[in-house]
Ligand binder design. Sequence first.
Ligand code: VAH
Length: 312
Amino acid sequence: NILVIGANGQIGSVLVPALQNIYGKSCVIASDIYDNGDANKVFEILDATNFDALQGVIEKYKITQIYHLAAILSAKGEKNPQLAWEVNVNSFINVLEVSVKHDIKKVFYPSSIAVFGLNAPPKNTPQNTILNPTTIYGVSKVAGENLAQYYFTKYGLDVRSLRYPGIIGYQSLPGGGTTDYAVDIYHKAIIGENFDCFLKANTELPMIFMDDAIKATIKLMQAPIENIKIRTSYNLSGMSFSPEEIYNSIKKHYPNFSIKYIPDFRQDIADNWVSSIDDKEAVIDWNWSPNYDLESMTDIMVTMLAKRYKSA
Ligand code: VAH
């Protein structure tokens, strides 16, 4: 059975149905610190910073794989660094420890392009470069990547990881991220409101459409173990764009849509991130290739969200 920790989050909300489609509903155990009432899944309330609670769920459902998606993201983390460290790192250490103890076969760990700072080449950032993140979120993800590699090397635990770019999808709302402007902008266009963007027009960041992020996650986890050469975390790239570029792609559908750029503290976070990613190791090791670019993503986002708001 598969346990998804943080199942109600931006990624978890989409990954759980994707895993249910592959493995069957009864084999996927969704968990989070709160129940969102969606009955379409096997659900357990779980705070993974509590080792005994985590162990109890593992034993109750005879878990053999864990997707650990619980985290406090970059912007929210800066408001409470201690809590972000506790949630992001202590929960992951619990997952690693319980996985060794209960012979869990595979663990997925989400890292992020937030691990890169100003000492990494900003364009086509390579897999192996200096990681000097400026957010506690990025620091916690560098720690997590090295913990993953340590537990693989020392215990043979099959932990696999992706450095997700900013993820954009229509199925769920993100929370507390610096790239989340790129989700909110679609919602504002569709409900006919203007958009106040908290980043400058030319702030180019690495991004990926949700369906590509889910495809990459499943491809990585299903790859033969001998193909996995990176045991910290794989660079992953979908596309890169700036607020101005995504605004212009939406404007083709909503000619009257307007935007104002009002940078806040999240501009400082974005200014310390890279703008595009070289993910050639993912291409070579497990045949990664994204399906979506900005235009095809915008077409789907606009179509799906317009439907959602019409039926609401
Ligand atoms: C954030 N969406 O903005 C996350 C992600 C690369 C960005 O880590 O914090």
